[in-house]
Design a protein around this ligand. Structure first.
Ligand code: UD1
Length: 345
């Protein structure tokens, strides 16, 4: 099947492109390269041995989106393209609402016009807000969004639910927990243009630069070691969940035209657990300091995974140690690549 992957050169988009190709599908990548690199296309091709179509298109450019979809033969869409930093969204909320919502409206409009009716949406566990009962289930209500980023995911899900009902679409929202790690080839991984803000790439960047600038944001939470708890999921496991979601939409298994699934491991790990896992699996020393809580952070969250296991026939395979060691392998490869580039120029 021809699958349009928005945000296709980004972190999760690129790993999903690889898994789609591994299952015999044909991903068509679009990205505006605002936080990713075009050379990712070359690495996807190197991993899979298949040529990949890429279009540099900004989904906020309505005319460009309509023109592109007019020319393509698309069976389904996976929509990743969005800004994703919780902290940046607190500092600049309009940037987040404008980008994440305008792009989704343009995309939905173009899908309806061009009669493309299957959509998988990149949602987040952030929609649950500060939930009181763990693990969180898909049927739990949305809590107040803890950040504008979180609000854009809640609004995004609502927009898709309404559009599904009104225009006869088939949609699946995947609520990711905390994606981390990298492809085993170390050819693709998290490679943002800006400095990383997520915990695992911050750890690996600090370790490689030996910069001792890692700060643990808050040790006074009501958790066993005082630091926040998250459900860290390997990006390749997450990518495979997208393939399952796409294939479900072409099967007779769909129970409702709009479905929602958690994509996590079902296990919570604290910030200090992640640091210990990194030290354990890499034998690297890693210094950190304790800082204040980060605005927009919630205390703890992890997934109930039963529905996803049963309906999507998917279960996370990788452990926290595998996540951090793959992220470390990727970081080392990335720095070597950057050094080679600097030497060549
Ligand atoms: C949030 C979303 C997640 C989304 C991600 C995208 C929630 C609950 N989760 O993840 O669904 O995929 O944004 O960016 O909203 N930390 C430090 N020091 C650092 C960096 C992080 O202590 O330098 C801590 C944070 O305070 C947090 C944990 O590490 O407790 C994870 O943070 P991060 O990796 O940024 O992800 P979330 O904000 O949890």
């Amino acid at each position: 099947m021809n699958i349009l992957v928005t945000g296709g050169t980004g972190y999760i988009g690129s790993h999903t492109a690889v898994e789609l190709i591994n299952k015999g599908h044909h991903p068509i990548l679009i990205d505006n390269l605002s936080n990713s690199h075009e050379e990712v296309v070359k690495y996807i091709e190197q991993i899979t041995g298949k040529a990949v179509d890429f279009f540099n298109v900004d989904l906020c450019d309505r005319t460009a989106v309509f023109n592109l979809l007019k020319t393509l033969q698309v069976d389904a869409v996976i929509h990743f393209a969005a800004f994703k930093s919780v902290s940046e969204s607190v500092l600049d909320p309009l940037k987040y609402y404008r980008n994440n919502i305008d792009s989704l409206i343009n995309l939905l409009d173009a899908l309806v016009t061009h009669k493309i009716n299957r959509l998988v949406f990149s949602s987040s566990c952030t929609v649950y807000g500060e939930a009181s009962l763990m693990p969180v289930r898909e049927t739990d209500p949305f809590g107040p969004a803890s950040s504008p980023y979180g609000a854009t995911k809640q609004i995004g899900e609502q927009l898709i639910k309404d559009a599904t009902a009104a225009y006869g679409l088939n949609s699946i929202c995947l609520r990711y927990f905390n994606p981390a790690g990298a492809h085993s080839s170390a050819l693709i991984g998290e490679y943002p243009l800006q400095s990383p803000t997520n915990l695992v790439p911050v750890i690996t960047r600090n370790a490689i630069k030996k910069s001792n600038k890692l700060t643990v944001f808050g040790t006074d939470y009501h958790t066993p070691d005082g630091t926040c708890i998250r459900d860290y999921i390997h990006v390749v496991d997450l990518a495979k969940a997208h393939v399952c979601a796409i294939e479900r939409m072409f099967s007779d298994k769909v129970r409702s035209m709009h479905e929602v699934f958690n994509v996590g491991t079902g296990k919570g790990h604290s910030v200090l657990d992640v640091i210990h896992a990194f030290r354990r699996s890499t034998t690297m020393e890693l210094e950190y300091t304790i800082g204040p809580r980060r605005p927009g952070d919630i205390e703890q969250i992890w997934a109930a995974t039963g529905l996803t296991e049963q309906e999507l026939n998917w279960k996370a395979q990788c452990s926290l140690d595998e996540i951090v060691s793959s992220a470390w392998k990727w970081e080392q490869q990335l720095q070597q690549q950057l050094i080679k580039k600097a030497d060549a120029s």
